[in-house]
Design a protein around this ligand. Sequence first.
Ligand code: FES
Length: 115
Amino acid sequence: MFNYTTLDPMQVEYMEIAPLEQLPDGERIFIEVEGRSIVIFNLAGKLFAIGDVCSHDSGPVGDGDIEKFEIICPRHGAHFDIRSGKATALPAVQDIPSYPVRVVGGMIEIGLPKK
Ligand code: FES
């Protein structure tokens, strides 16, 4: 299970990441949380978070170009849906994690599965 955005809210623990003004529209931020590399995007005011590790060859994927809701891995061109982490084009065949994101009191929070 990689698409943590579909978890029951009771199974998710939210962590504060940064003030929303640090992530303007069209930008992305890279974070490390509990040993996970994650990239958070602001696309037209909607926030999305995915793992920053490509499932093809473990390269960083978060710097890739974005077309609609797909990010293109800069190394070999795999595509992932940033809403779900779903691999949508070869050479990747495995999904990458996606995480729920919310804004509370002006702070971006990311949801991780409870331990
Ligand atoms: S490492 Fe991402 S496509 Fe190869």
